[in-house]
Each structure stands twice: as structure tokens, then as C-alpha cells.
Design a protein around this ligand. Structure first.
Ligand SMILES: [Zn+2]
Length: 310
């Protein structure tokens, strides 16, 4: 097990009052280093243009990478491009690519990417919802195109629907996208009848759902679909904004729900994917909840490493 991160991910500054602030990553980093002092931390490389172009178009690359900005420039009401944003987005996407290379080369079974900005709302052509590049999609496309995998699963438990990830893969049967999320809530997609080519599985949950309803949705719908897909690699969009303290949503989860789900995902990873899981930080906007949930999630990934080293 190893962790990828990069100091440049702190340099994306959407503004002092923005929920998606550098302090989020500082909180996650400090909590994980305190809880798991032996874990190796590696510096994320930059994603290459070729890796990004597997899922994004030239115009989005030009906007994020080539726009000269000397202060925060809004791309939409939620999404800001600043002087440090391009480097942060390149390192966030590059972390996922390096993590995929590591697990497929056997250098690690599990990797967590402590990065920002988040990615799952970014479509092939549009940066939105705090997201510039869709890092988890870049990682999935890399696993398919570079490593030739035929079945890659993206598991998204962020409280928001990953509309970008779904849009990128909804006609690509090599990738299954599975998501639990609150509806109604931004971006108001992720209904049950959005099925792609049979590779999209959405479990929308109403506000106030809580732990029991969340676990039921995974137990009854999402985990059986994932198991049936027999993924060769599990990628996780790990957003922790479904926690009861989060200011942006009302799904009312506890940190233990993330531990529980992670253990369930590990069982499926061991059954079909040689235990290979790459998890990437997405949302989570209460710093205390973020610390507690990240430790619960990474702790579960790490605990299960025993007996299945490295
Ligand atoms: Zn979110």
C-alpha cells in the first residue's frame, strides 16, 4: 500500500470562501500521516497530454493548461482556474496514472491518491463542479488503453453523482461506473434509468437516508452488479461528503460506513482483481469528517493488506 500526493495540489486556490480549499488536503494528509506513520508517500508525476486526451478534448486541455491567469478566473459559478490550478490538476491526474501502473506492475496492491482538485464532474469537454480534469477517468482509460484491461470498475461513493465519469464511459463496455449519491442534489443526474450500454449503475438516495439505507443500496444493488462484472481493477472515487457533518449534502453517513464499504470492495477485489484497488480523493468539505473518514477508508485498505502483501 502506498499513497500518492504532491505539494502542487495545495496551489489550486479557488478563493478564500470556496468549500474546495487547500486546507482539505492538508487535513487528509495530516490525519493519514498521524494514523499510519509507516505508509510510504510518493510524489505524483504530471499526467501527460496524451494521457489526458484519452478522455478530454483539445479545447479543455488548452483552457486548463494554456490560459494565462494571474488571479482566480471563474469557469462557472463553482469552478475556478487560478495560477496554480494547471499544475495541481496535472499532478492529481498523474497520481491516478502512476497508481494504476503500480498496481498492475505488482509494486503495490492498494494505492490512495491524496490529491485535489476533485475530478468526477469534469466531462470530456467541460470543467465543472470544482473539477478541472476527470482524474479517475484518466486512470480508467489508462488501465484499458495502456494495460489492455477489458473490465475496469469505477466505484463512486461521493455524495454527488459523477456525471463526468458517467458521460465519458457510458458507451464504453470496458468500464463499469457504479455510484451512490444524493438526489435531488448537484448535478441532478444519476437516475436509475441512466444505464449506458448496461455499464452504468446508479443508486440515487434521498436526503436523510442514513447508514442503513446507504448500506442496503450497496448490498442489494451496487455490490452485486460490481461482483457480476468481475472487474480486473477497482478504481474508487472516494468523496466523503455524504458524512453527516458535511455542509453540502444531507445523506447523514458515519465514518464507519466508509470502513464498511471499503471492506466489501476489498472482498470483490480479492475475488476478481488480485486485490487491486486505486482510490482517489474526491469531495468532502467538513475538515473533521474528512480526517475521520479518510482514516477509516485508508485503514480498511491497509488492514486487508495483511496476508495479501504488499
Ligand atoms: Zn461531492
Amino acid at each position: 500500500m502506498r499513497i500518492y500526493s504532491h505539494p502542487a495540489c495545495l496551489g489550486h486556490e479557488p478563493g478564500a470562501t470556496h468549500a474546495e480549499r487547500p486546507q482539505r488536503l492538508q487535513a487528509v494528509t495530516q490525519a493519514l500521516q498521524a494514523a499510519f506513520p509507516g505508509l510510504p508517500w510518493l510524489e505524483a508525476p504530471r499526467a501527460s497530454r496524451g494521457q489526458l486526451l484519452r478522455v478530454h478534448d483539445d479545447a479543455l486541455l488548452a483552457l486548463v493548461l494554456d490560459t494565462a491567469v494571474d488571479g482566480p478566473m471563474p469557469l462557472d459559478p463553482d469552478t475556478v482556474l487560478g495560477p496554480g490550478s494547471a499544475e495541481a490538476a496535472l499532478r492529481a491526474a498523474g497520481a491516478g496514472v502512476a497508481a494504476v501502473d503500480d498496481v498492475l506492475a505488482g509494486r503495490a496492491r492498494r494505492v490512495f491518491c491524496a490529491v485535489r482538485p476533485p475530478g468526477h464532474h469534469a466531462t470530456g469537454s467541460v470543467a465543472m463542479g470544482f473539477c478541472l480534469f476527470n482524474s479517475i477517468a484518466v486512470a480508467a482509460a489508462h488501465a484499458c488503453d495502456r494495460h489492455g484491461l477489458a473490465r475496469v470498475a469505477v466505484i463512486d461513493f461521493d455524495v454527488h453523482h459523477g456525471n463526468g465519469t458517467q458521460a465519458i464511459f457510458e458507451t464504453d463496455p470496458r468500464v463499469m461506473y457504479l455510484s451512490s449519491h444524493q438526489l435531488p442534489l448537484y448535478p441532478d443526474s444519476g437516475f436509475r434509468d441512466e444505464r449506458g450500454v448496461g455499464n452504468i449503475v446508479n443508486a440515487p438516495l434521498p436526503p436523510g437516508t442514513g447508514s442503513d439505507g446507504f448500506r442496503d443500496a450497496w448490498r442489494q444493488q451496487l455490490l452485486p452488479a460490481l461482483d457480476g462484472f468481475r472487474p480486473q481493477l477497482l478504481l474508487v472515487s472516494a468523496g466523503f461528503d455524504a458524512h453527516r457533518l458535511d455542509p453540502l449534502a444531507q445523506l447523514e453517513l458515519e465514518a464507519d460506513d466508509y470502513r464498511w464499504l471499503t471492506v466489501e470492495l476489498l472482498a470483490i477485489a480479492h475475488r476478481h482483481a488480485q486485490g487491486r484497488i486505486v482510490s482517489m480523493l474526491e469531495g468532502g468539505y467538513d475538515l473533521d469528517a474528512l480526517r475521520e473518514c479518510a482514516v477509516a477508508h485508508v485503514g480498511a485498505l491497509l488492514a486487508q493488506t495483511a496476508g495479501h502483501a504488499p
